[in-house]
Ligand binder design. Structure first.
Ligand code: FE2
Length: 394
């Protein structure tokens, strides 16, 4: 009840001015009419909204939709009014996702149809001996800088790299870049967030420029170092950071789904095994289920790096044959990833996705030209696989 409820003196409303003597309204008799009119308008409005947007279930679990829809936010022009106009937001989202999943799969298919065999690198030997440098060092440098998607194969016919230049369109790149910059500023990303085991996370491996961000944040759903699995420290630093991390991951939904789709097309066996592994982890860990409901990445976690020029290293904590998915964004123009054991230089510019067997293929980020750079590494550590010995990383 409002504190300004009407008193009996308010009941009659008198029009002041020239007509004051002629017209007097009884507000009490008008009230039911007004209520009836408002109710009809409300019903009509609700029906119109449902016709446009579809009904949203509010008494059950709410749909976890990413807040941004790339085609809409980019203002893609539609030729005419299609049935899409009448789809629900969930329907539009499903359609959008199916579209870019198809796009990613086609891109990987195209890359596979343009495979290059590296005779100096034998996959089975590399797995057994952890071969770091090719025996035949006379191989000439190969550069993949022409923007075409390609796959690198070992001499024994195993896919070892999948290079997808400009895999993300400009609108998706812009959205992601903006979300990651806002997040980096909000959490005050810094390079000295703790040195990693290989002492790579040192200040000298970051490019520090006025007005640009330099730092790293690791958002790992179920990190396992020495004890039981937990979300990574960067997730749980504070209540505020947890809110910021979940919000940015919600915005990264589409990019996670792109990575998943490309991975399925690239290596169906490892994709299926990773899917089974993830299902088991989620079944055993309610906290992981909670995180997964907001972020669909199949891999265990994500490292976001601002202006990091990662020196030569192997991803030693990943399975020996495991894939890592790299994505790069930013306001720089030229950048490369260098794989010395193959003498291969890959273009690594905004919107590029590179899958590589990061444990057996040491890799290095070369100096780039231009402004802010953000890279993302999507990975799964061997320790998670160790917990489920019945599932192998094929
Ligand atoms: Fe790496």
């Amino acid at each position: 009840m409002s504190s300004h409820a009407s008193s009996s003196n308010d009941k009659d409303m008198v029009i002041s001015g020239a007509d004051a003597s002629a017209q007097t309204f009884d507000l009490g008799s008008l009230t039911p009419m007004l209520h009836s009119y408002a109710s009809k308008q409300e019903d009509r409005w609700e029906k119109q909204m449902i016709a446009i947007f579809g009904s949203i279930q509010v008494d059950g679990p709410l749909p976890l939709l990413p807040p941004l829809s790339e085609d809409e936010s980019c203002g893609q022009k539609r030729k005419s009014k299609s049935k899409d106009t009448y789809r629900s937001p969930e329907g539009k989202e499903r359609k959008l996702i199916k579209g870019f999943q198809r796009e990613m799969k086609n891109m990987v298919k195209k890359a596979k149809s343009d495979s290059v065999i590296f005779e100096s690198f034998n996959f089975v030997e590399a797995i057994k001996k952890l071969q770091m440098v090719p025996k035949r060092s006379e191989a000439t440098v190969m550069q993949w800088l022409d923007g075409k998607p390609r796959v690198a194969k070992s001499s024994d016919g195993v896919d070892i790299i999948c290079h997808l230049p400009m895999a993300l369109k400009e609108c998706a790149r812009k959205e992601l870049y903006q979300a990651l910059m806002e997040f980096g500023h909000a959490v005050n990303a810094k390079p000295d967030g703790g040195a990693d085991r290989n002492k790579r996370n040192v200040k000298s491996s970051y490019v520090q420029k006025e007005g640009e961000l330099a730092g790293i944040v690791k958002l790992v759903a179920y990190w396992k170092m020495h004890g039981p699995k937990t979300p990574s420290r960067d997730y749980l630093k504070s209540g505020r950071q947890f809110c910021l991390a979940t919000a940015v991951l919600n915005k990264l939904n589409h990019s996670a789904l792109r990575i998943n789709a490309a991975f399925e097309a690239l290596d169906e066996k490892q994709y299926s095994a990773l899917k089974t592994l993830r299902e088991k982890v989620l079944l055993d860990n309610p906290f992981a289920r909670m995180i997964a409901s907001n972020y669909p990445l199949l891999f265990e976690g994500l490292a976001i790096m601002w202006n990091r020029q990662t020196p030569l290293h192997s991803d030693n904590t990943d399975p020996i044959n495991g894939w890592v998915a790299l994505m790069v964004l930013g306001e720089f123009q030229k950048g490369h990833l260098w794989i010395p054991c193959l003498k291969l230089r890959l273009s690594y510019e905004p919107g590029t996705i590179i899958f590589l067997r990061g444990h057996i293929l040491p890799h290095e980020v070369e100096a780039w030209e231009g402004g802010q750079r953000i890279s993302m590494a999507h990975f799964t550590h061997q320790t998670i696989w160790n917990d489920y010995p019945d599932i192998e990383c094929p």
